[in-house]
Write a protein that binds this ligand. Structure first.
Ligand code: NAP
Length: 239
């Protein structure tokens, strides 16, 4: 049976745990080779072991996406090993304590915006030149419904995700003619460290990520997608 991502190389940030780890495992099952990063080496090594058990080749590297040189070095290592990057999943993200925007300190604001928005832009900035050379690729930005609506107490996180939606829109516009697709995904409420392990299972949100990485979604760009809506629509289409 042909696998959806056979021959593709995917770079996933924040792959040590949670949604990023689940996406890495789903991509490994579909035949992709993987470049995986996060800041915690031990968690990355656990993901590396799990994807190896599924037969995938992976490069793992501790890396802070908010630091220019660290991201660039990681991307260059991935290119050195695999020669290409077909899929970028900008998944690394952090939240902050529940507090209104005026209660947050400048440091709290900075760390959230720097990781969730600047980090995604920096990694895209390092990866896209390779996708341009390849004349194609798929960028998936992991957003949130808080990047499309608002909830008191989550302001800096929400603003970072609104920014990520803007980044998605602009990149998709700039890269469309080069056949590089850029979409955002709102995964829903998922049980990870970020949500104190409340919510649905990470492995239940990965199908949309596989679809967006695969040729089945060719031509789809600039879209704000939502896991629950996508699952419901898919059910309706296949009924
Ligand atoms: N869980 C949900 O309900 C939910 C809902 C909507 C959106 N999301 C989004 O989904 C994404 C994944 O979150 P999650 O729920 O899976 O949370 P998580 O379990 O806390 O995982 C976050 C991942 O990002 C990594 N990370 C954080 N800062 C980083 C940095 N500066 N550089 C590199 N890696 C970094 C973390 O590893 P280190 O700490 O070791 O670096 C970890 O591997 C985030 O963008 C989040 O905003 C989650």
């Amino acid at each position: 049976m042909t696998r959806a991502l056979e021959g593709k190389v995917a770079l996933i940030t924040g792959a040590g745990r949670g949604i990023g780890r689940a996406v890495a495992l789903a991509y490994a099952r579909e035949g992709a080779s993987l470049a995986l990063c996060s800041r915690t080496k031990k968690e990355l090594e656990e993901t590396e072991k799990a994807v190896a058990e599924l037969g995938a080749v992976s490069l793992v590297q501790p890396c802070d996406v908010s630091r220019v040189e660290e991201g660039e070095r990681f991307v260059e290592r991935a290119i050195g090993l695999f020669g290409r990057i077909d899929v970028l999943v900008n998944n690394a993200g952090i939240a902050h304590r529940a507090a209104s925007l005026v209660e947050l300190s400048p440091e709290e604001w900075e760390s959230v915006l720097t990781t969730n928005l600047r980090g995604a832009w920096l990694v895209a900035r390092a990866v896209v030149p390779h996708m341009l050379r390849q004349r194609g690729g798929s960028v998936i930005n992991v957003s949130s419904w808080l990047g499309r609506d608002a909830l008191t107490g989550y302001g800096a996180y929400g603003v970072s995700k609104w920014g990520l939606e803007g980044l998605t829109r602009y990149l998709s516009l700039e890269l469309k003619s080069a056949r590089i697709r850029v979409n955002s995904v709102s995964p829903g409420y998922v049980a990870t460290k970020m949500t104190n392990y409340q919510g649905g299972r990470p492995e239940d949100v990965t199908d949309l990520f596989v679809y967006l990485a695969s040729d089945a979604s060719a031509g789809l760009t600039g879209r704000q997608l939502d896991v629950e809506t996508w699952k419901r629509d898919l059910g309706l289409r296949t009924r």
